[in-house]
Design a protein around this ligand. Structure first.
Ligand code: ATP
Length: 254
């Protein structure tokens, strides 16, 4: 146990797979209640970093602390405090949403109000439905909700909106913002810069296993502009994504 005031502290973290260095000496802290984004292209090392913090993978060197507990020495103390987004493929297809929530609650040995949880993610009407009858966006919202069953203080969301259409993405953003408001610390990875700009208090930009920059989205943009950067084309007032959302207001698969 150590007295870190931060939710997460990562110090000089290295992860090697044989000769290949996937995470190359990264350090960062995540403050309590913060929504922290890790941005990077495919293969940058985002998932590996998350899985080490979640105690699902051993590190090669460095230190990881979660709410004052060392992830290598006290993995169970870490596991108790975190929620990890499950992929919907992992849900039993023959159980309804309410039955799934009750099953997870039984596994965690906690009491939850399944319908209240479903309401939180706007799935109240689907309480008796099977997961494979949900749309992509609904499945993702259910997956995010399922991480809240053990009442974690830190949530890890690995590319939560990948593959979703624009409306479903915006709806999941609202869910994530609601969860943040309840005081949960959130670490999220994404390829979508717009998502990071909208949701994250601070972002770490990761490239080839290294963190090349950390700051608030505003700070990073200001710094870029202060360095003389100007867009070649002036930013549009609205995007095609805005047009699509404005016209349809619903997901394509609903
Ligand atoms: P994505 O956005 O595609 O999920 P990522 O940033 O999450 O990418 P990681 O999944 O962390 O990237 O992978 C980082 C690097 O480590 C990649 O080059 C990947 O091929 C490699 N890697 C990941 N897992 C293993 C493994 N078990 N064995 C060997 N190499 C691996």
């Amino acid at each position: 146990m150590n007295n870190h005031k931060d939710a997460i502290v990562v110090k000089d973290l290295v992860k090697k797979y044989g000769d290949f260095t996937a995470v190359d000496g990264i350090s960062f802290e995540v403050k309590k209640g913060e929504l922290f984004g890790i941005l990077g292209q495919n293969g940058a090392g985002k998932t590996t970093t998350l899985e080490i913090i979640e105690t699902l993978k051993p590190l090669t060197s460095g230190e990881v602390w979660v709410e004052g507990f060392n992830a290598t020495d006290s993995p169970w103390e870490v596991k108790k405090r975190i929620g990890v987004q499950l992929q919907s493929a992992g849900f039993y297809p023959e159980l309804t949403l309410v039955e799934l929530i009750n099953m997870f609650a039984a596994l965690y040995n906690v009491h939850v109000d399944a319908r209240a949880l479903l309401k939180k993610v706007d799935l109240e009407e689907k309480a008796g439905a099977y997961v494979n009858k949900l749309s992509g966006g609904q499945k993702q919202r259910f997956a995010v909700m399922s991480t809240l069953i053990n009442k974690p203080s830190i949530l890890f969301l690995d590319e939560p909106t990948t593959g979703l259409d624009p409306h479903a993405r915006v709806s999941l953003w609202e869910t994530i913002e609601e969860i943040k408001k309840s005081g949960v610390t959130i670490v999220l990875t994404t390829h979508y810069l717009e998502e990071a700009e909208k949701l994250c208090d601070r972002v770490a930009i990761m490239d080839s296993g290294k963190i090349i920059k950390i700051g608030t989205p505003n700070e990073l943009i200001k710094e870029l502009l202060a360095g003389g950067f100007r867009r070649k084309i002036v930013r549009q007032e609205a995007t095609l994504e805005d047009v699509f959302l404005h016209l349809t207001g619903k997901t394509l698969d609903e």
